[in-house]
Design a protein around this ligand. Structure first.
Ligand SMILES: Cc1cc2nc3c(=O)[nH]c(=O)nc-3n(C[C@H](O)[C@H](O)[C@H](O)COP(=O)(O)OP(=O)(O)OC[C@H]3O[C@@H](n4cnc5c(N)ncnc54)[C@H](O)[C@@H]3O)c2cc1C
Ligand code: FES
Ligand code: FES
Length: 470
């Protein structure tokens, strides 16, 4: 676990720290991967965490004058989902971000973190590779631009040096004659790691395919292209025969392994299914059909951009973590190496947030960090320094239950109650941003909260009841 936690106020200080500590240091963005790697001791020897999430301006998606889209290193999946630039010029990436984890994971997890973790099952690498992306790596030694296709050297391995930080992701904006789609297949509908994923980006001349890029995830040590399938599409119209042939050739390009989630044979077959589905959707102009116009973000009315720091802070065990929790200024000593969940429960005495899984899967630990719903089990405690935190205890007003809490009681949506704080926190944020959500939106909003008792129907009714009383 970390000995020093550096909250960087600017890029220069972050790069200086990476240069000073080298292999012992690690950048922290959303920490949704890193916290688990550290807890499971997959990543050993890390003593210094360089948290870049309080640097202003790194969470922007922009289109430059040369027609390139730039995605900053702090752009979260939820920011990508609602980015007008990505929806228009990089749709398959927005689609991949929408499929990542749950709303709370998407509020902290970044596209840059997804790329650097370098798992072949990580979703955003697949569309970015199909879009011809490149990444900029910066250190105190200078800057280099690496095509994403050359960034990966194996499972969870990249060409990035320990003192480098990924500072930009860029790809040529999709032109009006280009269309693309990302599809993933997992073992359930939400909170799901890809068993197989695929992205297809086509350039059309009328209805003839002029160029094709097909990329496949979770079927080889790194994301791969399917060159034979791409060649089979060029110069052709997307009829059934052409689609079948390209799907078969794509599946032949896959080199999957058997693992816990699926056999190699199943994966190979599913590549054909996904590529066929993707091509059919593109042929029929249906690639946006299951992408929500108004996705639940669980930001409420808060600004999702990080609260910037004026100067870099170096925190150690001796530094009390100062934060405002449920309206009270607190200086918490003793929780420096803990998760924010354990800091709140064990040092601040707020036991409303619960530990269900400690790995981002259940939502029982949900809190608001600077107004945005996040999973406190995946936030390093020192990240909270100077932040505003609300736990379920902070929702009740003047000792009276919050109307959402009351709706859960009235609808009988509570059995053991372990999951309830998380569900209530999600519902309050959802109704702040969408006072009258439809069933599907409620389902999507609740997809990061698990309940082992109620069977969900009463919870759905409680949310609808709270909405009708708004
Ligand atoms: C419950 C759960 C569900 C998930 N579901 C999915 C899913 O469906 N699909 C999917 O693809 N992933 C999923 N993930 C994985 C994870 O959420 C994503 O990979 C996320 O995008 C990681 O981003 P982060 O900002 O949290 O990265 P972090 O954890 O902060 O960092 C990850 C790695 O990247 C490094 N890093 C981060 N930013 C930079 C930078 N700018 N420069 C240099 N190094 C950097 C860190 O040092 C670390 O090694 C899931 C995770 C959990 C816990
Ligand atoms: S998601 Fe944090 S404890 Fe389960
Ligand atoms: S009420 Fe028991 S886990 Fe949901």
């Amino acid at each position: 676990m970390w000995q020093k936690y550096i909250l960087a106020a600017n890029l220069e200080d972050a790069l200086e720290a990476l240069s000073q500590y080298g292999e012992k240091a690690r950048v922290v963005a959303g920490a949704t991967d890193l916290m688990l790697e550290l807890q499971r001791r997959v990543r050993r020897g890390v003593e210094v965490l360089v948290d870049v999430t309080r640097i202003a301006g790194l969470d922007q998606v922009t289109l430059d004058a040369d027609g390139w889209v730039h995605v900053g290193p702090l752009v979260t999946h939820n920011q990508a989902v609602v980015s007008p630039v990505l929806r228009r010029y990089g749709f398959p990436l927005a689609q991949a971000s929408w499929g990542v984890g749950s709303p709370q994971i998407r509020n902290r997890g970044t596209i840059a973190g997804n790329l650097v973790t370098a798992s072949p099952a990580n979703d955003t690498i697949v569309p970015l590779m199909a879009l011809g992306a490149q990444v900029t790596l910066r250190s105190t030694r200078g800057e280099r631009v690496v095509p994403l296709a050359e960034f990966y050297t194996g499972v969870r391995r990249t060409v990035m040096a320990p003192d480098e930080m990924l500072t930009d992701i860029a790809f040529p904006a999709m032109r009006p004659n280009q269309r693309g789609v990302f599809l993933k297949m997992g073992l359930r509908q939400a909170q799901v790691i890809s068993v197989v994923s695929a992205a297809v980006v086509l350039t059309f001349n009328g209805d003839v395919v002029e160029d094709a890029r097909i990329t496949l995830g979770a079927v080889a040590p790194t994301i791969i292209r399917a060159p034979e399938a791409e060649a089979a599409l060029k110069g052709k119209r997307l009829d059934d025969e052409v689609i079948e042939k390209a799907a078969r050739l794509a599946s032949e390009a896959a080199r999957p392994i058997d693992d816990l989630r699926a056999s190699a044979d199943y994966r190979r077959r599913m590549v054909a299914v996904l590529v066929k589905r993707g091509l059919q959707r593109l042929a029929e102009g249906r690639e946006r059909e299951d992408f929500p116009e108004k996705p639940p973000l669980l930001w409420g009315k808060a600004n999702p951009s990080p609260k910037p720091l004026e100067e870099t802070l170096v925190l150690t065990e001796a530094t009390p973590i100062r934060a405002r929790v449920n309206g009270q200024e607190m200086a918490l000593q003793g929780g420096f190496r803990k998760s924010l969940l354990r800091l709140l429960r064990e040092e601040a005495g707020f036991t409303g947030p619960k530990e269900g899984c400690a790995e981002g899967e259940c939502g029982a630990c949900e809190i608001y960090l600077d107004g945005v719903a996040v999973l406190s089990c995946l936030v390093p405690a020192p990240r909270a320094y100077g932040s505003e935190i609300v736990t379920v205890e902070g929702l009740a007003q003047h000792e009276a239950l919050h109307p959402v809490q009351q709706a859960f009681v009235d609808a009988g949506a509570v059995q053991c109650g372990y999951c309830t704080p998380g569900f209530v926190m999600t519902t309050v944020k959802l109704l702040e941003e969408d006072p009258h959500p439809d069933r599907e939106t409620i389902r999507q909003a609740l997809s990061g909260n698990l309940c082992r008792c109620t069977g969900y129907y009463k919870i759905l009714r409680a949310v609808e009841r709270a909405a009708s009383e708004e």
